[in-house]
Design a protein around this ligand. Structure first.
Ligand SMILES: *Cc1c(COP(=O)(O)O)cnc(C)c1O
Length: 239
């Protein structure tokens, strides 16, 4: 093994142990939680290593970086998740490789995603990104829609050709009532998921938890954790 592969394998094993321990502590089966490795800012060679080590889900947050990386790794058995704020002029490109978009947060974006998915002949999974720190604007600093806006947006996704409503996503807020209260934030997301599934029973994905707070997310009931730095190391640049 190369040094880099050994490093990633060791990190991956530690993250796997953390997920397994969190599942055990919560009385959940390990296979209820899917690890998505966030590969933003890291090269395609790292994505290839992850695939060799058995990772099946990777995530990116900027189309400029993700599109060439996904193209360079198109021979690998990977699902690509898009987790960043998404501008409508990037949707055509993102729909070309993303299996799931975690950052669906406004009607305009839903409409463009639908149009481009139909055009590409693809079905794109959509998670509504919830901003638990949304202010009066109804939107979060890092994207997302306020809890009050989830149901309407979910109905729009569910009724849009080319799109599949998969569930909800959040990033633990740094400010507002949930600052420093990751567990409470993720429990709020779970309550919103319960509400959502009354009308959309198949939309059962709950994407929450990152390197620093994956245990709290698993404890609350997350089905997908998005882990970057704990697997790949400190990011070479901001991303
Ligand atoms: C970067 C990022 C992650 C991973 O963060 P780490 O702290 O490196 O694990 C998860 N989710 C989103 C939306 C991200 O942008």
């Amino acid at each position: 093994m190369t040094d880099r592969k050994e490093e990633i394998a060791a990190n991956l094993a530690r993250v796997e142990e953390r997920i397994a321990a969190a599942c055990a502590a919560a009385g959940r089966a390990r296979d209820e939680v899917t690890l998505i490795v966030v590969t933003k800012t890291f090269p395609a060679s790292d994505v290839r290593i992850l695939s060799e080590l058995g990772v099946r889900h990777v995530a990116e947050n900027r189309d400029q970086d993700a599109a060439p990386k996904a193209a360079a790794c198109s021979d690998l058995p990977l699902s690509w998740h898009f987790v960043g704020q998404l501008q409508t002029n990037k949707v055509r490109s993102v729909v070309g490789y993303a299996d799931v978009v975690h950052s669906v947060d406004r009607a305009k974006l839903v409409n463009v995603l639908s149009k481009e998915a139909v055009r590409a002949g693809r079905e794109v999974g959509c998670l509504i990104q919830v901003a638990l720190d949304a202010g009066a604007s109804g939107r979060g600093e890092r994207g997302g829609v306020a809890p009050e806006g989830v149901a309407e947006l979910a109905d729009l996704v569910a009724g849009s050709e080319g799109l599949r409503l998969d569930g909800l996503m959040t990033v633990a807020p740094l400010t507002g009532e949930y600052a420093g209260r990751e567990r409470a934030a993720f429990e709020r997301l779970m309550d919103l998921s319960t509400d959502l599934r009354r009308n959309h029973p198949a939309a059962n994905m709950v994407s929450a938890g990152m390197s620093a707070d994956l245990e709290q997310a698993v404890a609350a009931g997350a089905t997908h954790v998005r882990v970057g730095s704990a697997v790949l190391g400190v990011r070479p640049r901001l991303g």
